[in-house]
Design a protein around this ligand. Structure first.
Ligand SMILES: Nc1ncnc2c1ncn2[C@@H]1O[C@H](COP(=O)(O)OP(=O)(O)OP(=O)(O)O)[C@@H](O)[C@H]1O
Length: 232
């Protein structure tokens, strides 16, 4: 369980998140400027907040980003342009990229999982947006961190590719029992990946439900207001 009790004060925005997130997929929905990225940056350690955050009972609120049990995928700029696909994955295991045979095996495995073997000697410039994000997923896989944070990493991709990427994330989440938190502004994405859905408003978690409620007639009022639906 990922237990969050974190606060952060921007000049004109005061966020306070209190929630427990179970393993599997959780989609964070919320209108623009309501505090989704602030939460992800607090979790990743890129913003220094107050409070506590723990995974399996171990508090990591004082740890540096690289020491946290977390891999983060951003919207873009996840890759080093001067490194090949293979190197971009290998650096997730070992900053020097001098790998043992066993580590090389892990890189090959991650490239296979993400169907990138044929691209391993290419540089990021030669990749499509979807391929580049798959490299970032492969790197997250070799790092074997139990929490995966996704800050709208597929929003620039066309709908079919986005669906493909979400299925890949879903598969690796189930396969490796990850706790995956996906920021999205599309309720349909929450329905596609399943698991849980959380609504963020005014820097708070205002609803936390099974994702399937989004398709049900008994939509909680908080969600129906967000979705602009009248719930009779
Ligand atoms: N660099 C900043 N300086 C000052 N205030 C900020 C800064 N970044 C965010 N904020 C404040 O925090 C609020 C929440 O921002 P955040 O980026 O977390 O929202 P979001 O839900 O991720 O939005 P979006 O969907 O547009 O990315 C903003 O409305 C703004 O008031």
């Amino acid at each position: 369980m990922l237990e969050i009790d974190l606060q952060y004060d921007w000049e004109q925005f005061h966020a306070a998140y209190e929630v427990s997130i179970s393993p599997g997929m959780t989609t964070l929905l919320g209108a623009s400027g309501e505090g989704k990225s602030t939460l992800l940056h607090l979790l990743g350690g890129y913003l220094k907040g107050r409070g506590s955050v723990s995974y399996l009972g171990e508090d990591f609120s004082k740890s540096a980003p690289f020491e946290r049990p977390i891999s983060t995928l951003f919207q873009s700029d996840n890759l080093f342009p001067q490194l090949t696909v293979w190197q971009n994955v290998a650096i997730g295991l070992e900053p020097s990229m001098r790998l043992t045979d066993e580590q090389r095996g892990k890189v090959a495995w991650a490239l296979e999982q993400t169907q990138l073997i044929a691209k391993q000697d290419q540089y990021p410039q030669a990749l499509s947006g979807g391929q580049a994000q798959r490299v970032a997923i492969a790197r997250a896989l070799v790092r074997k961190k139990p929490i995966l944070l996704l800050d709208e990493p597929f929003s620039a991709l066309d709908p079919m590719l986005r669906e493909e990427m979400l299925n890949l994330v879903n598969t690796v989440t189930q396969q490796f029992q990850l706790t995956t938190v996906l920021v999205s502004h599309l309720p349909a994405e929450a329905l596609q990946v399943g698991g849980q859905v959380m609504l963020i408003a005014g820097g708070r978690v205002v609803a936390h439900e099974e994702a399937s409620v989004l398709a049900s007639d008994l939509l909680p009022e908080t969600f129906s207001r967000y979705l602009g639906v009248v719930n009779d």
